[in-house]
Design a protein around this ligand. Structure first.
Ligand code: NAX
Ligand code: K
Length: 474
């Protein structure tokens, strides 16, 4: 499991550890991890040209000490100082190791010397701000970052890409877009939650020995998902494995029923029931002869592709009943904020969540964590907010993210597969939070297998689910 902590939690853990260690130990640990990551990225240090962008705080200190280590191993290192205040001991270490430092600005804009240094660099190190930073870049920082972007020089973010909102993953202002990020002690929320997560690139975690409290946000990994998956036991039969009922698709969108059913059949259940118009039920049985009609179920998937044919009173009855429900797409129109919905998992994309909450879509996309949490609290449901990184928020405040998706998964019907699969996982006995976590992970894993760098369709994702599950469980 990967854990992300808040700035406040990290600061407290750092303070506690720093009090027990000789001064500067943590920063040296951070700088060494950073220097190793940069050296690996460059494929060696000798003769490499490294430019450090240095802000006023300890984030710059990390970059300066790492720069000193790289200089000692033969790199040509230049620190561009963005503030009148600089981490002095780090700067002294860099100079002692043979590095140089130059101020960023000339009287008008970035100095020609700085532009030449950046243009000729193999890598630029963003030590502008870390966890002490507010969102946005000051004009002089923005100007040098733009020079690096213009010349296509990869930027390594120290701890966090400067300019992002560390605790929310929001990017309301200009920020660094990193080729990769090297962080210390634990992940921060911006590493997991988009849009900031995208700005981080791959994130390398350097252990500096922090003793941390429970995380604010967790990203489950393959081993965690494997441990949650409801594998049938010797004594299981088709009923004890769980039966899921699907109330999805319509004469308007019969394909949604076929696709969601394919997702459910690839889940851990023993049986799938389909409830819908006769013509759609025939199409479902033609594609999947094993599907049966109405009867007792352990969980429902409701809503994908219902179009205008949704029966809101009937859906509300099922939401209030004992069996857990996955509520997707058009079915979300039946959700109200009265009643007990703790066994309900909703699977909106940003547009659907924006309609539920009465805010515009761009706002939800910009503040995904906030609105996923808000909806979980307001409707007393677990929310799976779809996107490049999926945010899953439970009504008791627990938050998980899923980060293994491929952009190829943004294809019509993919959400129907996910809804069917999550319903099967609920019927298999998982809690809404775990069903959402396992469902999002396997859905993305199947998409990666099906795609392998090429376009995919929803059905091919559903068809790849058994292989993705096999690889997970083997
Ligand atoms: N103290 C230590 O021993 C350790 C520090 N660490 C490093 O220290 C960093 C935190 O250092 P600091 O607390 O000094 O804070 P930062 O270096 O993140 O920020 C420094 C200062 O920049 C100014 N600032 C805020 N927003 C800005 C913006 N948008 N543009 C320009 N300037 C802005 C503020 O005055 C802020 O205090 C971590 O991110 C990490 O890189 C880690 O190495 C772990 C150990
Ligand atoms: K940074």
């Amino acid at each position: 499991m990967r854990s992300a902590h808040t700035v406040e939690q990290v600061r407290a853990a750092e303070a506690e550890l720093m009090a027990r260690l000789p001064e500067g130990t943590l920063m040296q640990r951070a700088a060494t991890g950073l220097a190793v990551a940069i050296s690996n990225f460059l494929g060696g240090t000798y003769g490499a040209r490294v430019v450090l962008l240095i802000g006023s705080g300890d984030n710059g200190g990390d970059a300066l000490y790492a720069g000193a280590q790289l200089a000692r191993r033969g790199a040509q290192v230049t620190a561009v100082l963005l503030s009148t205040k600089t981490h002095q001991a780090g700067l002294d270490a860099l100079k002692t190791a043979g590095g140089q430092a130059i101020p960023a600005a000339a009287s008008a804009g970035v100095s020609g010397g700085v532009v030449r240094e950046i243009a000729g660099a193999d890598v630029v190190v963003d030590g502008i701000v870390g966890i002490g930073g507010r969102p946005g870049l000051r004009p002089e920082a923005l100007a040098v970052v733009q020079v690096a972007e213009e010349y296509g020089v990869p930027i390594v973010a120290v701890d966090t890409p400067s300019g992002v909102d560390v605790d929310t993953g929001e990017t309301p202002e200009p920020h660094v877009n990193a080729a990769f990020t090297v962080t210390f002690g634990t992940h921060k929320i911006c590493h997991f939650v988009d849009p900031a997560a995208t700005a981080c690139g791959p994130v390398h975690l350097v252990d500096i020995g922090l003793d941390l409290p429970p995380a604010e946000v967790q990203a489950l990994q393959a081993a965690d998902i494997k441990a949650l998956y409801p594998v049938p036991r010797g004594e299981s039969d088709k009923y004890s494995r769980g039966v899921v009922g699907l109330m999805v698709g319509s004469t308007q969108y019969p394909g949604a029923a076929v696709i969601a059913t394919a997702g459910a059949l690839a889940g851990p259940v023993g049986m799938v029931r389909y409830i819908g118009p006769d013509a759609v039920a025939s199409a479902v049985r033609e594609a999947h002869p094993e599907v049966v009609g109405d009867g007792r179920v352990q969980a429902w998937t409701i809503g994908s592709g219902l179009g205008d044919e949704l029966d809101i009173p009937r859906i509300r009855e099922l939401l209030d009943a004992e069996e857990p429900v996955v509520l997707d797409a058009d079915g979300l129109k039946a959700l109200d904020d009265a009643g007990d919905h703790v066994d309900v998992l909703i699977t909106p994309h940003a547009g659907e969540l924006s309609r539920l909450l009465g805010v515009d879509r761009a706002t939800v996309e910009a503040e995904r964590l906030k609105y996923a949490r808000l909806a979980a609290e307001r409707f007393d449901v677990t929310v799976l907010l779809k996107g490049a990184t999926t945010v899953i928020a439970s009504p008791d405040g627990e938050v998980r993210v899923n980060t293994n998706a491929t952009p190829w998964l943004a294809t019509a019907g993919a959400g129907d597969v996910l809804a069917g699969l999550c319903g099967a996982l609920l019927a298999g006995g998982l809690t809404p939070l775990d069903a959402a976590s396992v469902g999002a992970y396997l859905h993305a894993a199947a998409a990666n297998l099906a795609s392998d760098g090429a376009p995919i369709t929803a059905i091919t994702v559903a068809q790849a689910l058994p292989e993705a599950t096999r690889r997970l469980l083997s």
